[in-house]
Design a protein around this ligand. Structure first.
Ligand SMILES: NC(=O)c1ccc[n+]([C@@H]2O[C@H](COP(=O)([O-])OP(=O)(O)OC[C@H]3O[C@@H](n4cnc5c(N)ncnc54)[C@H](O)[C@@H]3O)[C@@H](O)[C@H]2O)c1
Length: 338
């Protein structure tokens, strides 16, 4: 049995730790889905998350009951279809994997018709209930859904470009894993910066900027770039109609969320590629672009330039920009016409 003295010090330590640490409520919208479920599980394991709010039009209370039994300190609550406002209330970070995934033969743009309105409606609720939240968009096509969220928040007069992120981390994770596979290195020591957008030719890996990547040339380079740009198709094909990447995507979502939470908590020097409102190609009509971004207590702290490019990478950027411009404009005009 614990002595009174011990109990007193345990309770004092508890009081100290809860008052000293930040309270961070993270909401997952689409928590019942293929990405949402493992993302919720991984976020439950993150000590920087103190409260987890799980929302979906179906199944979120069940996922929440399940995840809530994991023995970490955070509180988990699930919300049914008609409880979106409650789910968003007080959320500091909102992760959005809601929407339909691809089937074999589909491009991410083929998802536009369904996912555009899902994301628009979720963004409208966020603008009303949690206008200061950091929003992490996973729902495809990211090149269009991020501009949709921005336009909705702009119309509501609450848009802050420092707090909106398209999650492109899976491209970064794949680039590092695929390059390490060729070079025989540990992916942890084989980082690759991936810029542009999140689909096909808009995904531009800057292999020349990494010591390991620089050594890959000619046909091997072409094959590697293609694999990074179209790696998602490998999963769609292998799942044979059952969806797209969910587990590696959840890993990537949890990784980027953790980077953002560390920066929001005051850690300096957290840098990650992410698709944000960016001045880099604004003069060419490309308002959103992914490059390395330094994250800080307010979200986007500093957008890094592309850095030195090889001649081949310059060509990749040239191919990326017109497609990206089209995708962004499609998202923006969806909101202005709806
Ligand atoms: N950014 C990336 O790198 C990346 C990678 C893979 C997949 N994705 C995208 O993520 C999205 C989700 O993929 P998935 O495999 O989890 O799909 P899924 O169908 O398994 O899950 C989607 C979930 O969203 C829910 N949902 C639908 N409408 C909703 C709404 N209005 N509010 C809340 N929830 C809603 C569904 O009920 C479902 O549970 C797809 O658009 C997919 O293309 C993005």
């Amino acid at each position: 049995m614990l002595s009174r003295q011990t109990l007193r010090s345990v309770s004092a330590a508890r009081h100290f730790s809860s008052s000293a640490s930040r309270q961070t409520k993270v909401a997952v919208l689409g928590a019942g889905g293929g990405i949402g479920q493992p993302t919720s599980l991984l976020l439950k394991q993150n000590k920087l998350v103190t409260s987890l709010s799980l929302y979906d039009i179906r199944g979120a209370p069940g996922v929440a009951a399940d995840v809530s039994h994991v023995d970490t300190a955070s509180e988990v609550k699930g919300y049914a279809a008609d409880q979106l406002d409650q789910a968003l209330d007080g959320a500091e970070v909102i992760v959005i994997p809601a929407g339909v995934p691809r089937k074999p033969g589909m491009t991410r743009d083929d998802l536009f018709n369904t996912n555009a309105s899902i994301v628009r409606d979720l963004a409208t609720a966020i603008g009303r209930v949690a206008p200061k939240a950091h929003i992490l968009v996973i729902s495809n096509p990211v090149n269009s859904t991020v501009p949709i969220v921005a336009s909705v928040l702009e119309n509501l007069k609450v848009f802050d470009p420092r707090r909106l992120f398209g999650v492109t981390t899976l491209d970064v994770v794949r680039a590092s894993r695929f390059l390490a596979g060729i070079a025989g290195t540990d992916p942890a020591d084989t980082p690759v910066t991936v810029v542009g957008g999140h689909s096909g030719v808009t995904i531009v890996p800057l292999l020349s900027q990494s010591a390991v990547g620089k050594a890959v040339n000619g046909e091997a380079w072409e094959k590697l770039v293609y694999r990074i740009q179209y790696g998602g198709d490998e999963v769609v094909k292998a799942k044979d109609g059952a969806g797209s990447a969910t587990l590696s995507m959840a890993y990537a979502a949890a990784k980027f969320t953790n980077q953002l939470l560390r920066a929001l908590g005051g850690e300096k020097g957290v840098v990650a590629p992410t698709f944000v409102k960016s001045p880099l190609f604004e003069t060419q009509g490309v308002d959103f672009f992914s490059t390395n971004v330094e994250l800080g207590v307010n979200g986007v702290e500093k957008i890094h330039p592309l850095g030195p490019l090889s001649a081949e990478e310059e060509k990749l950027i040239e191919a990326c920009l017109p497609e990206l411009k089209k995708n962004i404009a499609k998202g923006q005009s969806f909101v202005s016409s709806s």
